[in-house]
Structures are given as structure tokens and as C-alpha cells.
Write a protein that binds this ligand. Structure first.
Ligand code: NAD
Ligand code: ZN
Length: 703
């Protein structure tokens, strides 16, 4: 990627003194990044960038072995103990794994060739047996069991000394606290704590809604969660675990186990109740490693968690012992990477997109970048506040993340203002902060943001082309105008084919137009016209609900219709008047008022009336005529004659609130055949249970 090389590339230094300076600068940069990554759980550059500078350092040290020092990041495991957490000395060090960055097949071949060389195998010898595993992108954990009980959980730290996080690890449900009686007296299980992608997305969505800091990726969210002082916070962040190895174990000559192979060890761990990745396979020689790398690579996007590569391990534990370790890593394992899921590129512009529900999203236009296996040119910035918090402006170098089928996002701009050699990056001339437009870029309606909301929205719901499909589908649904046969596929055709521009156009469709559509026989075209005709006679409440005004659900629409009696009264109501309606608060009132104030929305409403939509209007009714006002009723099971919706309508018309679950606040439960847990709960709480006849009696005011 050009942007990257421009920023961080460096011509080869000339002369040994310059090389020494360069090496020092690279080490300082890597140590700074490692501190942000391991200690603060807040990396400022993508892993790919760290790895690139790491390799640059490795190459220089390779060429000048005299300049290698034991404290170079290439020679030791980096990490630290966070203040406030106790430190734990590992009985068996927790090492790193050598990385094979060549993502092509040759990565596996190079490893196999090295293993064969180190084992002194000649070319005619049988293939070496390996175990191939996913490389989970989380953080390493050592779980120590004594007498089958979890006594300590520790992070890797610098490999020798880690952090005691037992209190937090106990909140992870997948990690057993006690093991079957047969386990060795001392057993350290090593594995990866990680966060599933869906859990990560949900966590970030929650953080965004609250305007709080979001996490760059699942790894950092998991690391941050594990290294909390307060386990209450950890418990709120769903974490998962995969076991992949052992630390200290009671030795075989003292009654401990002898597994023979790594694979047998994994099977045993599974047997003892630890999650082991289902993809783990035995592989014979390089060709099967290559096949594994390819097949897991093809599944990568669909996995529920991030992996950044695969790990190959020599299967025989005797051969592992024979090969041994280097200071930083074992010789019998390698990590073979996949294309990075986070990359650097330049933000060339910020556009605003309008979604089908009217939400405005700032989207960064990017210099094309290969990330997560595809070329990405756009990435979401989520909302105005996220954009500001991340400080992203046009011209910035940004980190783009694309993992799985989640849409690519900008997770931040490059935090450190220095390049790979520690020199300051050139600052761009002043660029203004991003702003949200005041008018919808698609339809020109007012852009609004509700109190306490992070998102801006277009208020032209009925008119805005971006929202057309959503508007039509909402309008046509059964509980709104109930236009039978007007489903998603048909709406797509009508709108993409430019046949329908607004709701009123639905009522101007003719047989020829409809029959001309794909997969539309004359008979179904006629049926749709009939359904449209039938829908014209409706109720004010259904019509109001059908308009899709934000926060106006069925119940509010009914309240509004009852309170105001006529559509014009609602269209012209001020916020104060709207607030008089029961259950309408300031946010809802504001939303109705803004919607009704958009000339385009009013125009569509008038057009619909002109097309012949009618309903009964009358004087506002008093809610006092409702026998069940203030009562909450729960429906469960199948009633003998009434459908679920019919029963709900009847109850609501009588003023009841129909709830979905039984609680102490429930007044009645109406139960039919095959009622389940709700009925049990009602009995438990002593709530009156009625059958259909009982419900009718209730509606007549006889109960
Ligand atoms: N972005 C940054 O600023 C920054 C800074 C420092 C390090 N890093 C990243 O950290 C990584 C280097 O750290 P490292 O030395 O810990 O190496 P590593 O994380 O690449 O590999 C070792 C780790 O792999 C994990 N692992 C996952 N699956 C495994 C399996 N099946 N079997 C065994 N181990 C498995 C273990 O936790 C082990 O500790 C690189 O990816 C680097 O990019 C990034
Ligand atoms: Zn719009």
C-alpha cells in the first residue's frame, strides 16, 4: 500500500554507526507500541504495521549480529504486569511463537523443511506428523489447578512473570472451576481467552450508544476485560476460552500423565471439560499443512471469532523435547498468518450515507487497501461523535478493520505521531472537523438528532428515496394498511424499477404495469390491485402507524387517534398538545411534530387521501370508556376461537396493555391450549388465569 510505505519506509542506513542508531530507533518504536498494546490494551497501529517494523529490525540484526542485545524485542517475550494486579512467576515460561508471514503455501513448506533439517531427517524419511490449529486472536492464559480446583489464572506478562487475574477468570463460564477426580494433582492448562465477534460488536454498539470509548478489536476488548481490577466489569464483557496446551504438570514419574502426542493431550483436555477448537487436525507433512491453511482460510470470515493465522505444532511430544526452545519461542511450532484484518490507509474524504431507516452514517472514502482478504475503499465511521472522538479528518492515515462479514470500519487514526524510526510524521495543513449536514443529502429534509441519541436521522421518512423501501414495507404490513401480497421482493422491483416513488404511487398502479413485472402473473397482479383497493378503507390508527413516524408504534398510534379524533388535528398539533396524550413523552412528541412539519411528508399524506384512503373520524374519545384501562394482560397458548392478534386488539381497545412476559405487575393471564412457562409463572405468582370465555367476561366488565 503506497500510503504505508510513504509514511514508514526508510532507506537502508549507510555505515555501522548509522545502523546502530537505526536499530535503536526501531527498538524504541517497537517498545512504545508494545507498551500501548500489552500494558494499555490500546494499540495505536495495526499489528501488520508492528510486524513490518519487527521484521525490519530482525533483518538488520541478522545482517549485524554483533548489534543484537538480549533485551531486543526480537529476543524476548514482551509484556508487563499492570499496577494493582499481583504478579505470578510461571513455573514453565509462557513463550511466543515464531511467525511465518509468508501467507502463501510456501510458509508451511518453509516450516516443514526447517523441522526436517533440525531433526536430521533425510529426504526419503516419512513425513513429519503435525497438529494444525487455528491461531486465536485473544490473549494467552495459564490456568493452574491443584487437586482439580482452579487456584490461579495468570496472563503471560513477559513470559516469566505474569499477572494474577484469577478473580476475573472465574467469571468466564467456559472455564471449569473444578475438574474430574482423575486429573493430575498439579495441572496448568494454557489457552486463549478471546471475545466472539458478535459479543464484541454488541459491546461496541452498547459503548457507542452511551457515547463511551469503543474497542479497536475483540483482542483488545478481551485483554482489557481480563486485566480489570474489578471483576464486576469483566463479568459484563462476555469472554470465551480455547485450550491449546499445558504448562506445569505433575511429572510422569510422580504419577502424572504421559500423553505421547500433542493431539492426545488436546483430546484429554476436552475430556476434562475444556473447550478445544473443533477445527484442530492432524496433518502429515507440508502438503496437509498447506491444505489446512487453505481450508481454514476459506472458512475464516464465517467463524464466530477472529483468527489471525494457524499454528503448526510437531505432534510427537518426544520430538518436541528433542527440538527444544529458543529464548523467545519453541522450535517445534510456527504461526502461519493470514492477511491482516487491520491495515493503514489514507482517508480521502468523508461522505454521508442515508440508510433505509433514515439514519445518517459518515463513511470514510479510502485509498484502496487490502484488508481481511479483500480490497476496501469505504469504511464506516458510525456516527458524528465517533468520528470526532477518533479525531478522523480528511487526509489522515487511519486504521481500517474488516473481519468476517461485518462491514469495514475505521477504528482510529494513527495514534503515534512518529514513523517507524521515531521521527515525527509531517502534519497536514489545517483540516476542519467533520460536520453532519443540516439537510439530508438525498432528499433535503431536515436532519435531526434526538436528545440522548448518538445518531442523526433524515426526517423525510415518506419522501426520502433512501427510505422508500422501508416506508412501503412498513405501510403495507398486516398491522398497518394490511396490503396482502406486497412483500419485500415485489417492493424491491417496484422501487428499483422506478415504478413507485412514494406511497401514493401504490394506489396508481394498474394491471398492465404490474403484470409486466418479473414473476408476476396476471392473476396475482389482480389480487394485489384488489388488496390495495381493500386497504383504502382503514382506521386512523392503522394509517398513523403505517406512516412510520419514529417512536409511533401501534399503541401510540391508537392513543393518538383516540385523543385527537382526526388526522388534521394531529398534523397541526404542537408539541405541548401532543404531550397531553397518555404515554407520549417529549422525545415522541418531538418526533411526531418534526415529521408533520416536513412539507414533503404532508404532501404524501394529502396524496394518499386524494387516492381515496378513508377512515372514520370523530370527536376525541375519552379513555374513561375503557374497562381495562391501567391493566396489564399477558396472552399465552392458543385460544379456541380468537387469533392472537384479535385477542390483543380486543384487549387494547378496552384499554389494557398487552405484555409479552408475566411479572408481578401482570393483572391477568389469558391462557389457551399448550400454554407453557408463562402459565406456570402466573400460578407461581398467584396471578388470575382466564380462558377465552373468562376474557370475554372481563371485557364486558363482569370480572
Ligand atoms: N499493534 C501493536 O502495536 C502491537 C504491539 C505489540 C505486539 N503486537 C502483536 O502481537 C503479536 C506478537 O505477539 P506475540 O509475541 O505474543 O506473538 P503471537 O501473539 O503472534 O503468538 C503467540 C501467542 O499466540 C497465541 N495463540 C493463539 N492460538 C494458539 C494456539 N493454537 N496454540 C498456541 N498459541 C496460540 C498465544 O496466546 C501465544 O501467546 C503480533 O501479532 C503483533 O503484531 C501488536
Ligand atoms: Zn432524506
Amino acid at each position: 500500500m503506497s500510503s504505508q510505505s510513504e509514511l514508514f519506509s526508510d532507506p537502508a542506513p549507510k555505515g555501522p554507526a548509522l545502523v546502530a542508531t537505526k536499530i535503536q530507533a526501531l527498538r524504541a518504536q517497537l517498545n512504545r507500541w508494545a507498551h500501548e498494546y500489552y500494558v494499555q490494551d490500546a494499540p495505536s497501529v495495526p499489528d501488520a504495521e508492528y510486524d513490518r517494523v519487527f521484521q525490519q529490525l530482525q533483518a538488520l540484526e541478522g545482517a549485524y549480529p554483533d548489534l543484537v542485545t538480549h533485551d531486543s524485542p526480537t529476543q524476548r517475550v514482551i509484556g508487563a504486569v499492570m499496577g494493582g494486579l499481583a504478579s505470578v512467576r510461571h513455573a514453565v515460561p509462557m513463550l511466543s511463537i515464531q511467525t511465518e508471514t509468508d501467507t502463501e503455501a510456501s510458509g508451511a513448506q518453509a516450516f516443514d523443511a526447517r523441522v526436517r533439517r533440525e531433526l536430521g531427517l533425510d529426504p526419503s524419511a516419512a513425513p513429519v506428523e503435525y497438529v494444525a490449529e487455528p491461531k486465536f486472536d485473544g490473549l494467552a492464559m495459564s490456568l493452574r489447578y491443584e487437586g482439580g480446583r482452579l487456584v490461579q489464572a495468570a496472563t503471560r506478562g513477559d513470559g516469566e512473570v505474569g499477572e494474577d487475574v484469577t478473580h476475573n477468570i472465574r467469571t468466564i463460564r467456559q472455564i471449569p472451576l473444578t475438574l474430574p477426580a482423575a486429573v493430575p494433582p498439579v495441572l496448568e492448562v494454557r489457552g486463549e481467552v478471546y471475545m466472539r465477534r458478535a459479543d464484541f460488536e454488541a459491546l461496541n454498539e452498547r459503548q457507542r450508544e452511551r457515547g463511551e470509548k469503543t474497542f479497536v478489536n475483540p483482542r483488545n476488548a478481551a485483554a482489557g476485560a481480563v486485566r480489570q481490577l474489578d471483576s464486576g466489569i469483566t463479568a459484563q464483557r462476555p469472554l470465551s476460552f480455547f485450550a491449546y496446551g499445558l504448562g506445569e504438570v505433575t511429572p510422569a514419574d510422580q504419577g502424572g500423565p504421559d500423553f505421547g502426542t500433542h493431539y492426545a493431550l488436546l483430546l484429554q483436555l476436552k475430556e476434562w471439560g475444556f473447550p478445544v477448537a473443533p477445527q484442530v487436525r492432524i496433518a502429515q507433512g507440508a502438503p496437509e499443512l498447506v491444505a489446512f491453511h487453505q481450508s481454514l482460510g476459506a472458512q475464516r470470515d464465517a467463524l464466530p471469532y477472529d483468527i489471525d493465522g494457524v499454528v503448526y505444532k510437531v505432534n510427537s511430544l518426544a520430538l518436541q523435547r528433542q527440538m527444544g526452545f529458543k529464548t523467545r519461542e519453541p522450535r517445534w511450532a510456527v504461526a502461519h498468518k493470514y492477511p491482516a484484518q487491520e491495515m493503514l490507509t489514507v482517508c480521502e474524504g468523508i461522505d454521508v450515507q442515508v440508510g433505509r431507516t433514515g439514519k445518517l452514517t459518515p463513511v470514510a472514502r479510502l485509498a484502496p487497501v487490502f484488508v481481511g482478504g479483500v480490497t476496501v475503499t469505504n469504511a464506516t465511521l458510525h456516527n458524528l461523535f465517533e468520528t470526532r472522538k477518533k479525531g478522523v479528518r480528511v487526509g489522515d492515515t487511519v486504521i481500517v478493520r474488516r473481519a468476517g462479514d461485518v462491514i469495514p470500519e475505521v477504528v482510529g487514526r494513527v495514534g503515534s505521531a512518529t514513523d517507524g524510526a521515531g521521527r515525527p510524521l509531517p502534519r497536514r495543513p489545517y483540516v476542519a472537523n467533520f460536520r453532519m449536514p443540516a439537510a439530508c443529502p438525498i432528499c433535503g429534509s431536515a436532519v435531526v438528532r434526538e436528545r440522548g441519541e448518538m445518531n442523526h436521522r433524515c426526517s423525510g421518512g415518506l419522501f426520502c428515496p433512501a427510505q422508500r423501501k422501508q416506508a412501503v414495507l412498513h405501510f403495507a404490513q398486516r398491522r398497518a394498511l394490511d396490503i396482502e401480497g406486497l412483500g419485500e421482493k415485489l417492493v424491491d422491483q417496484l422501487i428499483d424499477g422506478n415504478v413507485v416513488h412514494s406511497l401514493a404511487d401504490l394506489y396508481r398502479l394498474d394491471l398492465a404495469q404490474l403484470a409486466g413485472l418479473e414473476r408476476m402473473a396476471e392473476k396475482s397482479a389482480q389480487n394485489l390491485l384488489d388488496a390495495l383497493e381493500k386497504s383504502k378503507r382503514t382506521t386512523l390508527a392503522r394509517f398513523l402507524f403505517g406512516l412510520g413516524i419514529r417512536h409511533v408504534g401501534e399503541a401510540t398510534a391508537k392513543d393518538l387517534a383516540r385523543h385527537f379524533g382526526s388526522l388534521n388535528a394531529i398534523l397541526d398539533a404542537g408539541v405541548e398538545q401532543l404531550l397531553q396524550v397518555s404515554d407520549v413523552g417529549p422525545v415522541v412528541a418531538e418526533s411526531i411534530h418534526t415529521f408533520c412539519a416536513q412539507p414533503h411528508n404532508r404532501e404524501v399524506v394529502q396524496q394518499l387521501r386524494a387516492c381515496g384512503l378513508t377512515w372514520e373520524e370523530g370527536a376525541p374519545t375519552e379513555p374513561a370508556a375503557q374497562p381495562l384501562a391501567g391493566k396489564t394482560v399477558v396472552l399465552t397458548g392458543t385460544l379456541p376461537t380468537l387469533g392472537r392478534d384479535e385477542a390483543k386488539d380486543l384487549l387494547e381497545a378496552a384499554g389494557a396493555k398487552v405484555a409479552g412476559s408475566v411479572s408481578k405487575k401482570t393483572h391477568y393471564v389469558v391462557a389457551g391450549a399448550e400454554a407453557g412457562s408463562k402459565l406456570e409463572k402466573a400460578r407461581e405468582l398467584g396471578i388470575p388465569v382466564l380462558d377465552e370465555d373468562g376474557m370475554r367476561a372481563l371485557l364486558r366488565g363482569e370480572i
